[in-house]
Design a protein around this ligand. Sequence first.
Ligand code: ATP
Ligand code: MG
Ligand code: MG
Ligand code: MG
Length: 564
Amino acid sequence: MRQKSMLIPTLRTVGAEAEMASHRLMLRAGMIRQLAAGVYTYLPLGYRSLAKVEQIVREEMDRIGAQELLLPALNPAELWQETGRWENYGAELVKLKDRHDRDFLLGPTHEEVITDLLRNEVNSYKKLPLSLYQIQTKFRDERRPRSGLLRGREFLMKDAYSFHADRDSLDATYKDMYEAYHRIFERCGLDFRAVEADAGAIGGKGTHEFMVMADSGEDTLALCEACDYAANLEMAEAKREEETAVQPAGDIPAPEKAVTPKASTIEEVARFLDVKPIQVVKSLLFVADEEPVLVLVRGDHDVNDVKVKNVLDATVCELADEETVRRVTGAPTGYAGPIGLKEDVKILADHAVKGMAEAVVGANENEHHLLHVVPGRDFEPQYADLRNVQEGDRCPRCGSRIRFARGIEVGHVFKLGTRYSEAMRATFLDQNGKEQPYIMGCYGIGVSRVVAAIIEQHHDDNGILWPLNVAPFQVHLIAVNMKNEEQAKLAEDLYAQLQQAGIEVLFDDRQERAGVKFKDADLIGIPLRITVGGKASEGLVEYKFRRNGESGDLVAGELLSQLP
Ligand code: ATP
Ligand code: MG
Ligand code: MG
Ligand code: MG
């Protein structure tokens, strides 16, 4: 492409409100422009990199047999009322009305829509497993949309959903996705870690986040120095502030029947109940004899303290004082009695993990209350678990030291179980002709966030240092002086040759000063620069790698054969 005719409005400076390097550099390099807070236009250069990331994601999804489709962004409220998320999703949900005063929303994620599709179109185990994905614009009215593409209110996401007849099948697809995510982020040139989003004592392995290591990241990770243990502490300032706002916790809160107390922080609920929030329990929802049960494990993980409650329809349960819980939550209780035995817990755990919930218990002398339950895809139990973890503490897995690091969440994989299929009565007939809810998984990647995360990791004082796979162009061809006939001719010649060889080349054919051209080239950050300048008369051009500055002369005629 010819730079003269391309829309690349580079800037020397940007306003101080652009704090993140990726935000500043994408504005300066003429890749994006802001339309409203958290809403961006991708200019041609930005769109090329976005498309590259998108294509990598697509190839790796296709490779594991996921099928691409495209779901509507405009969703009728009724679907979301079925799962309770119309009410419970929180302030991030973008709601609107049509001309007939009917309620709609702009999808922040698509579990409801895809589950609705499946319940209408797939009724037999013979069609399962099935993995479907889309790459689509999502809408979330984020509280702090000020980090450029890292946190948009409109952003591009790849979301995949898998449907299964049994747990083993879900486990197999989850593993495929997990490995595909590794390939995707490697191909994007990212330094990343897969982090257990459930650092629980039993069960676990139900969800992982993919975190790009960057000091500018919002998330704090606890990493083991010796083994591969890694957990997300979610201690970011912004998150803490969000947490103290009175709204349902978690991005994907409970289905309608699961009653969540109005307050969202442990402290608030504790104050309401007049108890001390001293104990943190982990809970796991299991299927035992087809009955969902919530197992609460106290913070000290003494399994002899484990109690099990019936939680029909995944509602709330409590530990001791039923009356208080009913008053707070209105939830049906019904004590199933203590299990007490380690063996029982193990057996339950072996009965495939169905889903998870976070629960916090406060104690007031002898009483225990369940204060807070947050079922849902996006719960992060390790938050409660690791809240007090300090740098230098022992790794829960191998006993070595824990260190902290910052990260950016670029992907999230999650075993949903039957949470959505049950709420929406989405079933299939199994081998025995029996109706069963689908067992589901969901898998997200923030495609536009990935572009920004790449820049967070790959830049210097002068601009971006694109990894080749995601660079908007592979070669930046610069004619120092287009008025010089010899230079112009050689440059045009090379431009044609490179294009013919299928190389993506940006040709700076502008009538600008050399200094301006080089500054822009550094800013835009295309990996290899070929400069046609004074030595054109000797048939020589200069090559320079943006990343390490390595440079030298090349015989112009040998350029193609010399390319790395
Ligand atoms: P975060 O913790 O950063 O708010 P999330 O946990 O709410 O993200 P998910 O619901 O897991 O996000 O969505 C899947 C992926 O979509 C995330 O891993 C992230 O990469 C991306 N994503 C989420 N919110 C945004 C946003 N506002 N802007 C850009 N990408 C986003
Ligand atoms: Mg979020
Ligand atoms: Mg998150
Ligand atoms: Mg997430």
